[in-house]
Design a protein around this ligand. Structure first.
Ligand code: NDP
Length: 337
């Protein structure tokens, strides 16, 4: 059983060498009397929050990884053996699993059974899994968008951003995204049909860039990066604007978080900025599937994945999120079936 092991707690930017591949043994059945589920991992999801788990966390909403043990995250898996009445051999599921070839999942109640297999299975690491639910909850349940409103999304070509942008277009909003390369900006404009997009790395003055695209201001900001971008956005929000604070990836590897200087705009413009964590919205997953599956089947939603091959490629794929190496949703394919 090949595994990706965390070497030690990480400080600063994570490196490939913070993880290593080891081979352990695994029993290919569930122990008698246990309600655990044994799965074969097919696709693993690379997510920015996993960086937090590489630190020695105190009082976080999530536990640290254990140095010397396999890391874990969302994945798509096939059930090999089950002691749980809800699952049987051959079922396909998505949820929390180990970064290894086979995992014994001792709390299988948290797994979602995959019922629709006419779409690629890897989609359940993103569009039809955690990233999709994040985009859905953050945009619709935190921002309450209306037709005609102006929407700005940072890290817009990534797993969550590409979906928020398309949900916003389907709602009839004017949508602008920022991303870190020309290739990503082209994707935003041509594939995801944003109204326009810009490369934030080539804008010496983010405030001026936002003024160019939003002369009358921003109604909704979907916040993925924090730092300087948040500061510039605050200057460009409309009165009664809403900010969904989904993530702040520019801050995750810093020992000291950057100061935000323009927070007073929240008062002046009566902005509602609300942080949210997707875990609190999973009860709405069936409702989300009901909305999004027809949109996928009718070709109304485009989806770009960046699939790296083999468990060994996992550490590089994971740390690539923090230099913007991924084009679209970063997935690691461990096995195809
Ligand atoms: P992405 O697929 O968007 O990958 C991360 C991207 O972030 C990179 O490709 C890069 O794109 C950008 N990035 C990396 N470093 C920086 C930086 N210093 N400044 C600006 N941009 C940077 O990831 P996800 O879509 O999975 O996640 C997007 C955000 O959503 C993250 O902040 C994440 O933590 C958050 N999140 C929150 C959840 C919640 O429950 N609240 C759940 C899931 C995700 P580029 O080339 O454009 O710079």
């Amino acid at each position: 059983n090949k595994q990706v092991i965390l070497r030690d707690f990480v400080e600063g930017f994570p490196k490939e060498s913070d993880m290593y591949i080891a081979t352990g043994t695994v029993r290919l059945d569930v122990p008698e009397g246990s309600t655990a589920v044994l799965v074969k991992n097919l696709y693993l999801s690379c997510d920015p929050y996993m960086r937090n788990r590489m630190s020695n966390l105190v009082g976080s909403y999530i536990e640290s990884f254990k140095p010397g043990s396999p890391i874990s995250g969302y994945g798509v898996c096939k059930v090999i053996d089950s002691g749980h009445p809800k699952f049987k051999k051959g079922d396909l599921v998505w949820g929390m699993t180990g970064w290894e070839e086979y995992s014994l999942i001792t709390a299988p109640e948290t797994l979602f059974k995959i019922e629709h297999t006419d779409v690629p299975l890897s989609y359940y690491t993103g569009l039809l899994g955690m990233a999709g639910m994040t985009a859905y909850a953050g945009f619709f349940k935190v921002c309450f968008p209306k037709k005609g409103e102006t929407v700005f999304i940072s890290a817009a070509s990534g797993a969550v951003g590409q979906l928020v942008g398309q949900f916003a277009k389907l709602t009839g909003c004017y949508v602008i995204g920022s991303a870190g390369s020309k290739e990503k900006v082209d994707l935003l404009k041509n594939k995801f049909k944003f109204d326009d997009a810009f490369n934030y790395k080539e804008e010496p003055d983010l405030n001026a860039a936002l003024k160019r695209y939003f002369p009358d201001g921003i109604d909704i900001y979907f916040e993925n990066v924090g730092g300087k971008m948040l500061d510039a956005v605050l200057l460009n929000m409309k009165v009664h604007g809403r900010i969904a604070a989904c993530g702040m990836i520019s801050q995750y590897n810093l020992k000291q978080h950057e100061a935000v200087h323009n927070l007073i705009q929240i008062v002046v413009k009566q902005i509602r900025m609300e942080g949210f964590i997707v875990f609190g919205y999973y009860s709405q997953y069936p409702e989300y599937l009901e909305m999004v599956l027809p949109q996928i089947r009718e070709g109304k939603i485009a989806y770009v994945e960046d699939i790296s091959e083999g468990l060994e490629s996992g550490p590089a794929a994971l740390i690539g999120l923090f230099s913007g190496k991924n084009i679209g949703k970063q997935v690691v394919a461990v096995a195809r079936e």
